[in-house]
Design a protein around this ligand. Structure first.
Ligand SMILES: *Cc1c(COP(=O)(O)O)cnc(C)c1O
Ligand SMILES: [Zn+2]
Length: 418
């Protein structure tokens, strides 16, 4: 752990050694998640961004020198990260923006950006000799932990998931062989139960935000975006937000790069929330500080961004505030419409929560929050195959034909194709 300097509390000025505290700040409690900070002058003197580009490693471990792991630690074998970044000129043109890219994190091994966090947390668990790792999740974090856990014989995975999670997500957990507890309650109920059980059983908790390694894993998406753009940060990076851990990770990645002098400015972060699950957007608008945010009832079709009490609320508010960014909220109808629209303009099939980021950019461009001369990266956080039921609701079509050529031709003629 050569170059980790300290864990720093996001609420107060508390500092800890990296092995001193496992989860949140013991002084300020659960709202006070921790940042893992490095000895940046030492890293700056030692590391070379061109050497990273030349490493040829096509996964997130290309940034291992910027991760809190011992050099000899074992990591999961699945290829997490180094996902494609596509330029999408049709989206740019339609939205009146200078340039738009899509970072396709649905291309990760279990289909979402959550793999980045689970990979690092599991490496940490192996380092510390934990036999069981557990998480509560609306689905994707759990799938990431179950899938990456299945690639390691050393650990068992226990998942707490709301019984209402999409069936495909639950099936994915069971296929990977995790022990799955289907909690008859909300995601937040599952989360609290998981935390209590980890504490009682001595299991390692991968829970979002609470475990500072989750942010460090997620930051690799920002490192990749910068490197894939030749170390230029876009003007705006758009991310959908539930617990606020991804946007915090994106912020941390760009902060690390700025501290290393590898990029020369910070992008503005656009946090996109579902209108029915907008705890952070509302807090930001009303100037409510993270410790004063209370749990609220939420409802959205984008299950991955439904969060009654965003676990990484302090870091997420900071990410938007410190970068001069904004939160926007998008209605479920706009999210639903965004699924086919985004896919047809980019070729990327996104689950509802991921398509929400595109819907948010569209709205922000219309409202003048993003300007016509600016460049934007949309992070597509999860694969559309994760929630086929919602995708089906978003489209119509398909022409039934009898199995003969005459029927095919007549159908194509009515469709205007002949
Ligand atoms: C988890 C998740 C999000 C939101 O991330 P938070 O850290 O909870 O804000 C967005 N999209 C997808 C697909 C996710 O799995
Ligand atoms: Zn503190």
């Amino acid at each position: 752990m050569a170059d980790v300097k300290e864990l720093r509390c996001v609420i107060g000025d508390c500092r800890f050694a990296v092995d001193e505290v496992s989860y949140t700040c013991p002084v300020h409690g659960e709202v006070a998640t921790l940042d893992i900070l490095y000895d940046y002058p030492a890293l700056r003197a030692k590391l070379d961004r061109d050497a990273i580009s030349a490493s040829g490693l096509s996964n997130s471990w290309r940034y291992r020198a910027l991760m809190p792991l011992s050099p000899e630690s074992k990591v999961p074998p699945l290829a997490v990260g180094w996902t494609p970044l596509y330029e999408t000129p049709r989206i740019a043109k339609n939205l009146g923006l200078r340039r738009v890219w899509v970072k396709d994190d649905g291309a990760n091994p279990t289909g979402s950006l959550k793999d980045r966090a689970s990979a690092l947390v599991l490496a940490r668990a192996l380092e510390k000799g934990f036999k069981t790792v557990s998480a509560a999740s609306t689905g994707n974090a759990a799938a990431a932990l179950a899938g990456l856990g299945a690639s390691l014989p050393e650990v068992e995975i226990v998942i707490f998931v709301p019984a209402s999670a999409p069936p495909a997500k639950i099936a994915q957990l069971l296929v990977y062989g995790a022990e799955v507890l289907l909690v008859e309650g909300s995601y937040d109920d599952a989360f609290d139960l998981c935390l209590q059980t980890c504490a009682a059983q001595g299991w390692y908790s991968r829970n979002t935000g609470v475990n500072p390694f989750t942010t460090e894993g997620k930051k690799t998406v920002a490192l990749e975006i910068a490197e894939q753009l030749n170390w230029l940060a876009p003007d705006v990076v758009a991310v959908s937000v539930g617990d606020g851990s991804i946007i915090s990770g994106v912020h941390k990645g760009f902060r690390d790069l700025l501290a290393l002098g590898w990029i020369d400015r910070m992008p503005r972060l656009l946090g996109v929330q579902a209108a029915g699950s907008a705890v952070l957007a509302k807090a930001c608008e009303r100037g409510i500080a993270a410790p004063d945010i209370g749990r609220q009832r939420v409802s959205t079709i984008a299950d991955s961004i439904a969060s009654e009490l965003p676990r990484d609320r302090a870091k997420a508010l900071r990410a938007v505030r410190d970068t001069g960014g904004r939160f926007v909220t998008v209605a479920d109808a706009a999210i639903q419409a965004a699924i086919p629209e985004f896919a047809q303009l980019s070729g990327v099939f996104a689950e509802p929560a991921a398509a929400a980021a595109y819907a948010g950019v569209k709205q922000a461009a219309k409202a003048g929050i993003i300007h016509g001369d600016e460049s934007v990266c949309i992070v597509s956080t999860g694969n559309g195959l994760k929630d086929v039921a919602r995708a089906s609701d978003s489209v119509r079509g398909g022409i039934r034909v009898a199995p003969n050529r005459a029927a095919v031709e007549s159908a194509l003629r009515s469709a205007g194709r002949l």
